[in-house]
Design a protein around this ligand. Structure first.
Ligand SMILES: CC(C)(COP(=O)(O)OP(=O)(O)OC[C@H]1O[C@@H](n2cnc3c(N)ncnc32)[C@H](O)[C@@H]1OP(=O)(O)O)[C@@H](O)C(=O)NCCC(=O)NCCS
Length: 155
């Protein structure tokens, strides 16, 4: 799997490397995206983990993983981003943007034509700010979390 890195003064964006980092990465996903709704352990993963490209955000000061995101290529020349999450007390500091840019950079290197994602309605503004547009309303997860399908053209 390819790896690339980008950093600000405080945060480093790269792929998980060690077994501990992979575990902390999936734990963060679970804690933010699944646990609050009582979803079982394992629901934070899907069948494409081994095909996907993964990014974590590390707090350079503490070494802790404070954000994550994932992208995988689809058969139609597009790619899908999933499992974007930033720890509560780290939000609004540009970490989500760095993660998204890193995933998009990978997609551009693969000549992927467009990226799709299912955004929680609470995160739509974040993606709009990054050039995504809303295509349609989508599923409601756990009878609670409404999603919309969004897209960004790369070429
Ligand atoms: C969405 C998320 C990944 C963004 O990460 P982040 O590190 O806070 O994002 P950034 O700091 O790079 O960008 C923040 C910008 O997006 C906006 N934003 C981020 N989350 C938002 C939210 N939940 N509702 C409204 N706006 C939001 C902020 O207002 C900010 O815009 P501003 O700079 O104009 O004020 C993060 O809020 C998160 O983990 N949310 C909970 C999990 C989630 O919804 N994941 C996405 C699943 S589709």
């Amino acid at each position: 799997m390819q790896s690339s890195s980008a950093s600000t003064d405080t945060f480093v964006i790269r792929s998980p490397e060690t077994a501990d980092e992979w575990e902390a990465y999936y734990t963060l996903r679970y804690r933010i995206l699944r646990q609050p709704w009582g979803a079982p352990l394992g629901s934070e993963r899907d069948e494409r983990e081994h095909l996907a490209v993964h990014r974590i955000a590390l707090d350079a000061g503490t070494g802790h993983i404070v954000g994550c995101g994932r992208i995988h290529q689809r058969d139609d020349g597009s790619a899908q981003i999933r499992f974007m999450a930033v720890a509560d007390d780290y939000r609004g500091r540009g970490i989500g943007s760095l993660l998204l840019e890193s995933l998009e950079q990978w997609a551009k290197q693969q000549s992927i034509t467009h990226i799709v994602l299912y955004a929680r309605t609470t995160a739509v503004r974040f993606y709009l700010q990054h050039g995504y547009r809303v295509l349609e309303r989508a599923h409601t997860l756990y009878n609670a979390i409404e999603h919309v399908l969004m897209e960004k053209r790369l070429v």
